[in-house]
Design a protein around this ligand. Structure first.
Ligand code: SF4
Length: 433
């Protein structure tokens, strides 16, 4: 029987703070020492070329180690950590993230097992009519699933907490299914928790991320841990702590409606710290020009000519780095004069608007979606799923934009180094001694 108790604990030391958060929500109530425990952190993607700053992006390795210690103290010895990181660069999959964040050391130190859900066999789960989700077998076949997301915002779903973290248990074809216009991203992934049913959700709020995800967000030190046996209750409190009410978040609403649940949390259900002492509103989105021709910075700098409509929720993780890249590349082409009259489209459902000399279609989905679009005078294609960096540069150049890839590399390097030397941003949280 689930309880909706949620604990809020200030992080002060390891492993005591995490231990307290689990005790306050009775998080190990249904755990038995003989159980096979699966821990699902958030190791969203790995980039060796421009390292993603880990703060607010990845579950801290420190808290994952603390959790292993708590489980071992309880008598558990069969512990697996599973994740399916998005591969944004060749050979940079889940095990690159495991390696980079110290999990290989955890494996040796504690005798745990690491699993790449991308390589797992799948189990099929029908939902809502003819739809299906394919979930990694190991995410289903365990006795006690611990969902371990980060406290962060997200450019498509506003927040990315417990419900969203489970998307990393899907096989690639199902992740893409979630981003199909007819599926509806938040509606689709809100079903995963119906099949996985986490026994415990712990939100790692040592850092919280604004305008997530990956390289571009702003991380804040927050030092809070939120935990509950109930995934929705944990998410509601997590969201509230960064300024969002349950009714603001569509995937909460879908989940709550199916399970006949309320979207409000009773203060009496919160144990430990008071929620009001930990609220720090964080923005989830970048501003865009009024006529939807580019990020707000275009207006500020007077960039005209080129049009980059705002990405939508059909843009899947494979193409999302490319969407950001095109904005930086367009800026690199700007020398104070109007740019070529070009529209650049991404995702799966954008439609070319009239009035542009050329239309750059990024990725196979966009090419297919605009195959018969009569507004296009001349299409420039970047094929691929996702298209390569070189093909994107080539397409933009061929559309008449004098882009400079070095400007993009410089920007990415700056993003990778933005917290260097800053107080409170301690990379030791992502290493194992
Ligand atoms: S082309 Fe891009 S948006 Fe389409 S499925 Fe591939 S990665 Fe996703």
């Amino acid at each position: 029987m689930m309880t909706e108790t949620v604990s809020i604990v200030k992080y002060t030391s390891s492993p005591e703070s995490l231990k307290k958060s689990i005790e306050l929500c009775d998080g190990f109530k249904s755990l038995r020492p003989s159980d096979h425990v699966m821990i699902k952190p958030n190791l969203v993607a790995w980039d060796d070329q421009f390292p993603i700053t880990p703060f607010g992006v990845y579950t801290t390795t420190r808290l994952v180690e603390d959790l292993i210690i708590c489980l071992k103290d309880f008598g558990c010895s069969n512990i697996t950590i599973g994740e399916g990181s998005v591969q944004i660069k060749k050979n940079m999959g889940t095990f690159a993230a495991f390696e980079g964040l110290g999990y290989k050391t955890l494996e040796k130190k504690y005798g745990i097992t690491l699993v790449d859900f991308n390589k797992s066999k799948a189990e099929e789960f029908p939902y809502h009519g003819d739809n299906k989700l394919f979930i990694a077998k190991e995410a289903i076949e365990n006795d006690f699933f611990i969902n371990f997301p980060v406290l962060k915002t997200h450019g498509q779903t506003k927040v990315s907490l417990g419900l969203k973290n489970l998307k990393g248990c899907l096989k690639l074809k199902s992740r893409r299914h979630c981003h199909k216009p007819e599926s509806g991203l938040e509606f689709a992934f809100s079903h995963i928790a119906d099949f996985i049913k986490p026994s415990l959700t712990i939100i790692d709020g040592i850092y919280a991320l604004e305008k997530g995800a990956l390289h571009f967000g702003n991380a804040y030190r927050k030092d809070v841990i939120i935990a509950s046996q109930d995934i929705l209750a944990a998410d509601l409190v997590g969201a509230q702590s960064i300024g969002y009410a349950g009714k603001d978040i569509n995937h909460f609403k879908y989940f709550a409606k199916r399970h006949d649940r309320s979207l409000t949390i009773n203060d009496d259900d919160i144990k430990g710290e008071k929620i009001n002492d930990h609220i720090q509103p964080l923005k989830w989105d970048w501003t865009w020009t009024k006529d939807n021709t580019g990020p707000g910075i275009f207006e500020k700098l007077g960039v005209t000519g080129v049009a980059l409509p705002k990405y939508d929720d059909t843009l899947c993780s494979g193409c999302s780095p490319i969407a950001n890249m095109t904005s930086i590349l367009a800026l690199s082409a700007f020398k104070g004069q109007p740019l070529a009259n070009v529209e650049i489209l991404n995702g799966k459902k954008m439609q070319a608007r009239p009035g542009y000399d050329k239309t750059v279609l990024l990725g196979n989905c966009m090419i297919k979606a605009n195959r018969n679009n009569k507004n296009i005078k001349k299409a420039v294609l970047a094929t691929g799923c996702p298209p390569s960096e070189n093909d994107v540069v080539a397409a933009m150049t061929s559309a008449g934009l004098d882009v400079n890839i070095l400007a993009y590399y410089g920007f990415m390097k700056q993003q990778s180094e933005k917290y260097n030397g800053k107080k409170g941003y301690d990379k030791e949280f992502f290493t194992v001694k």
